[in-house]
Design a protein around this ligand. Structure first.
Ligand SMILES: [Cu+2]
Length: 285
């Protein structure tokens, strides 16, 4: 093999304790605490959305050749146990074996893709990075018979990163043909408190509630929430699940924000086969 393999990052040893989970990460100095937003559970049963109680795997990212902005690239992710043995079997959740969320480190860009399983612990996916700068990849998977795990990977695209855009806290915005309004069950967001995050979807042209919402990855919608920090860690990532039985044009998610700070939310919805990604900033006290 003549390809130049550049190992960009090896991260993600995350230990979870039962109940109120605290997080230790192998490659950053953050000691942030994470409260499982589904409500800390003492049960080993886990219904997705959050990492398992104990991480048993390590993900490694390899990129053949050089990374360049706006250039297609193949990402190779190998998932291994702590002895370096490939994890052979993965369980599907939300219709996929791996969900890969890629964000620019200042949260200006978002990409949610599904690497293909190649066997022997290896996943591959084609993507491109929109601009130079540092990126964090949250790879979300379920080793066979085990709880969902999230591994953090890092990638750096050479060149000068664009300026960080100003945070916009508006709660109504148009995304493609959809006008999205964001509301919460509480007037003020408080760290650690459960909150209902409510997306109200209207057709941008008619201002009528949309009628063409279809399941996206088996659910009414998907919500990824990431806290803005100088060094993103696993604890900054929240994957919330849609509440069932809401009106056709409303998608609600029950979650909580672990710490005070600014968070970005990306809600994703399927309108008749086309995915709408609605992004908002919120501040949590
Ligand atoms: Cu996914």
């Amino acid at each position: 093999m003549k390809l130049l393999f550049t190992a960009l990052a090896i991260t993600s040893t995350i230990f979870w304790t039962q109940g109120c989970a605290s997080v230790v990460q192998s490659t950053d100095n953050s000691t942030s605490k994470h409260h499982d937003s589904a409500g800390a559970s003492n049960s080993h049963e886990h219904h997705g959305g959050h990492s398992g109680l104990e991480s048993t795997t390590i993900a490694k990212l390899t990129v053949p050749g050089k990374l360049a902005a706006q250039t297609p690239v193949s990402l190779v992710i190998d998932v291994q146990d702590k002895n370096g043995q490939a994890i052979a079997n993965f369980d599907k959740f939300q219709e996929q074996l791996m969900h890969l969320i890629i964000v620019g480190d200042n949260l200006d860009t978002f990409n949610h893709i599904h690497p293909t399983y190649k066997g022997n612990g290896r996943f591959e996916v084609q993507t491109s990075f929109p601009h130079p700068g540092n990126y964090t990849l949250f790879s979300d998977y379920k080793p066979g018979g085990k709880a969902e795990e999230v591994s953090l990977l890092k990638a750096q695209v050479p060149g000068e990163a664009p300026n960080t855009p100003k945070i916009d806290f508006s709660t109504t915005n148009t995304f493609g043909n959809t006008l999205v309004n964001l509301q919460f069950s509480q007037p003020t967001l408080t760290a650690g408190k459960e909150v209902n995050v409510m997306f109200n979807l209207q057709d941008a042209a008619t201002k009528e509630p949309i009628k063409d919402l279809q399941p996206y990855l088996g659910e009414k919608g998907h919500l990824v929430i990431i806290k803005r920090t100088s060094q993103l860690t696993r604890a900054d990532y929240i994957h919330a699940h849609a509440v069932k039985d809401t009106p056709a044009s409303k998608v609600h998610f029950l979650t909580s924000f672990p710490q005070p700070g600014n968070y970005k939310l990306w809600g994703q919805f399927n309108r008749n086969g086309k995915v709408v990604t609605a992004e908002f900033w919120v501040t949590v006290q």
